[in-house]
Design a binder for this molecule. Structure first.
Ligand SMILES: CC(C)(COP(=O)(O)OP(=O)(O)OC[C@H]1O[C@@H](n2cnc3c(N)ncnc32)[C@H](O)[C@@H]1OP(=O)(O)O)[C@@H](O)C(=O)NCCC(=O)NCCS
Length: 410
């Protein structure tokens, strides 16, 4: 029995819980405007708080998403968020209690996966999360990218007015981005905040702004978009030094994404572009005259995954072509139903009572689940122990192209 009261956050307790979370994340209390703007995000999430008498000392929550898994199916996902314990109460097991309960209740609600972005990579493995997708931050020097290597343009670009943005971009994201394994649904409440600055009328001087540009294919269908900021000092210097920031870029295919890049890199006055979170395998640098113009300056963890229901997760997922099968043994101390063995082949996965070819803990299986992390790599670190033949088979079954990527902060 815990000495703290852990219970769902009521509507009246939300503001206290927000402030506890903000304290844990090193910020002051929320103001009225920000709190009001977050109302829907609370309505559409499941939140727990820990109380020490009437003081809120810890919070966790889960958004209700779905995630694209290998093969293209979408599975119900608990998007873990707002994790914090106030500094007066850390390291006494509060997060452990909150997270265990959140994951248990998320599984009971039918979630197949729990996912999160971590402030620190050391926190979540103990709860069964594995680092499932990576991202890069890239800096691109415009001048070095020309001439472009790919062929003639097949479509057109247009810039959206502020009044069009919310009507077009969320639906376009659903249509073009969700084929990417690892992508998640973006709730309706998420978009107005994300797009609030886009093409907004402004009193700013020239050179500062946020825009959305849409790509349309030769048949007139929109098939990609990019959200970007620009920052240029209106000085007529010999060498202009405008900087652009790519905030969200999705196309129906890698080729369309290259068209979006080409559009950005042709914008006058911008000498450097920075993209904070991009997939690790972006082919665009190969289309540039000098591939070093695209410099991956940082490699980041993108999304952590924790399989809540192994049977459902392995069943719904697609697998690569091979005539062989492999039996994977799984250990999950938190959920006994996840401990067992599954025979996996190109045609799918079934529970098995055969001896396992490889045995892994739930965090390791979760890391491999989306297909971005190689079983060979995990074996090289000692997380997996299996023959080379089994590892090759696992990589054939699990690997996915293009590399899975989430790309949505929450
Ligand atoms: C991360 C945080 C929620 C952990 O809460 P907590 O109540 O102290 O965690 P617990 O007491 O349940 O710790 C459980 C275990 O995890 C370890 N742990 C917890 N936080 C850790 C951290 N940041 N780094 C490394 N280990 C950590 C503890 O040492 C403990 O290990 P043990 O079981 O071997 O003793 C809290 O430190 C916090 O709010 N940090 C600032 C906000 C933040 O980073 N939130 C996460 C946003 S993604």
């Amino acid at each position: 029995m815990s000495e703290y009261d852990i219970r769902p956050v009521t509507v009246d307790e939300r503001r206290i819980a927000v402030d506890a979370f903000r304290t844990a994340l090193l910020s002051g209390a929320v103001n009225d405007e920000t709190f009001a703007a977050g109302r829907l995000s609370w309505d559409e999430s499941d939140s727990l708080a820990a109380w020490d008498d009437d003081a809120c000392v810890g919070v966790v929550a889960a958004f209700r998403f779905d995630s694209t898994v290998p093969g293209g199916e979408r599975v119900q996902t608990a998007g873990v968020t707002r994790v914090g314990v106030v500094p007066t109460h850390t390291r006494r097991g509060l997060l452990t209690q909150l997270m265990h309960r959140l994951l248990r209740e998320s599984r009971e609600r039918g979630n197949v996966l729990a996912t999160l972005h971590a402030s620190e990579t050391t926190i979540y493995r103990r709860f069964g999360f594995g680092l499932a997708t990576d991202a890069v931050a890239a800096v691109i020097t415009t001048r070095q990218t020309k001439p472009w290597r790919t062929g003639a343009r097949a479509g057109t670009m247009r810039l959206l007015a502020h009044t069009e943005v919310l009507a077009i971009v969320p639906a376009l994201y659903e249509r073009v981005a969700r084929a990417r394994v690892g992508s998640i649904s973006r709730p309706e409440w998420w978009w107005p905040r994300f797009l609030k600055d886009a093409s907004q009328p402004t009193s700013e001087p020239y050179g500062k702004g946020t825009f959305v540009a849409v790509h349309t294919d030769a048949d007139g269908a929109d098939d990609g978009y990019v959200l970007y900021d620009v920052d240029w000092d209106e000085t007529f210097a010999k060498n202009p030094t405008g900087a652009g920031r790519i905030r969200d870029l999705w196309g129906r295919s890698q080729k369309i994404e290259q068209e979006l890049w080409r559009f950005l890199l042709d914008i006058d006055l911008i000498t450097t572009w920075r993209a904070e979170i991009r997939p690790t395998d972006e082919p665009v640098r190969r289309a540039m005259h000098d591939s070093r113009a695209y410099e991956a300056v940082q490699r980041l963890d993108d999304q952590w995954v924790r399989i809540l229901d192994v049977d459902a997760a392995l069943t719904v997922r697609g697998y690569g072509a091979t005539s062989d099968s492999v039996t994977i043994g799984v250990d999950d101390p938190m959920f006994p139903a996840n401990t067992g063995a599954w025979r996996v082949s190109a045609s799918g996965s079934t529970r098995s009572d055969q001896p396992a070819d490889v045995r892994v803990d739930i965090a390791t299986l979760s890391a491999t689940y989306l297909g971005a992390v190689s079983w060979h790599d995990l074996a090289s670190t000692g997380a997996v122990n299996a023959s080379n033949q089994t590892l090759a088979l696992l990589d054939t079954l699990f690997a996915v192209y293009p590399t899975p990527f989430c790309g949505t902060g929450y």
